[in-house]
Write a protein that binds this ligand. Structure first.
Ligand code: MG
Length: 294
């Protein structure tokens, strides 16, 4: 497929910008965990530091690893550029990212998508992980400047939180694509800003996890170990296809959809005590979360 990657586009249909998060959207495990393991830093320690920072809102969401690499003595003193490449090579990717890239690139039913990755992870990690699958100039991540020794000097581009919006806006302008022709896929809190931004301008957002805040914002949620699953909401909502036609497309291309379960989740929280009965019941704050499906 490599000849496909840089061949000029010759497509008469509708063109879209398909932008995807990396950690836990295209991969199973988080870059920070893989890197910590590689550096010999206990995972619990990374988790404790990252969660602590997230709780304090100290850095943009998704920028926790960047902060640690820059400012935490343990991470900063140990990590070298080569560790970032090596961590990328160790990351377990979701299946069929290569097929997703090819199918989107070659177009489906008059819809063609340029696939970009926009992630807060260090760009070296993502490029190494997706080498030969996605062209490196389609990958945007956090960028550092390095000392000659390989030690990180400083950050030159941050892509966490609102930083994703900035990269997406820049890409949209360069590719000259209308705001309602943007598709964004993500899994977590670092994708909230960018998904709100895309939704507000009539783009399309897909969550690939049931993490509460993100699943509520995204227009559709799809869960699968294959990256190709995001094509289902795209074909339904953008191309207007029905399920049988989607199944047939996958079968034509040699892939059988084994299971397709459609579930709608409602998130509810109850507190004890009804309006007017609140006095004296302030202590009864038990909550329950229920979900219904159909
Ligand atoms: Mg993620």
């Amino acid at each position: 497929m490599t000849d496909l990657l840089h061949s000029p586009r010759q497509f008469a249909g509708k063109q879209y910008l398909f932008a995807s998060d990396f950690d836990k959207t295209l991969s199973f495990n988080d870059s920070g965990y893989v890197l910590s393991e590689l550096l010999g830093i206990p995972l619990e320690e990374f988790e404790r530091k990252a969660t602590g920072m997230a709780n304090l809102n100290l850095v943009q969401q998704g920028g926790e690893l960047t902060y640690l690499l820059l400012h935490d003595p343990e991470f900063h003193s140990r990590v070298r550029r080569d560790h970032l490449y090596e961590a990328g090579r160790r990351i377990r990717l979701k299946k069929d990212i290569d097929l997703l890239y090819e199918w989107l690139y070659s177009g489906i039913d008059g819809h063609q998508f340029d696939f970009y990755v926009i992630s807060a992870a260090p760009v070296e990690v993502i490029r190494a992980a997706l080498e030969g699958v996605i062209p490196s100039d389609h990958i945007f991540g956090t960028e550092f400047r390095y000392h000659a020794s390989g030690e990180i000097d400083t950050i030159t581009q941050g892509v966490a939180g609102y930083g994703k919006v900035a990269v997406l806006d820049r890409l949209q302008a360069e590719l000259k694509i209308a705001a309602n022709r943007i598709v964004y896929v993500g899994d977590g809190s670092s994708d909230i800003h960018v998904m709100l931004h895309v939704n507000q301008r009539d783009g399309f957002t897909i969550a690939v996890s049931e993490a509460r805040h993100i699943a509520q914002i995204a227009k559709r949620t799809v869960l699968s170990s294959s990256a190709l699953a995001v094509l289902v909401p795209i074909l339904e909502e953008i191309a207007g296809w029905d399920r049988s036609r989607i199944r047939a497309l996958f079968e034509d291309r040699g892939l059988l959809i084994q299971e397709w379960e459609k579930v709608q989740t409602d998130w509810l929280t109850f507190s004890n005590g009804r309006a007017g009965e609140r006095a004296g019941k302030a202590e009864s704050e038990s909550t329950a979360v229920a979900s219904s499906s159909r």
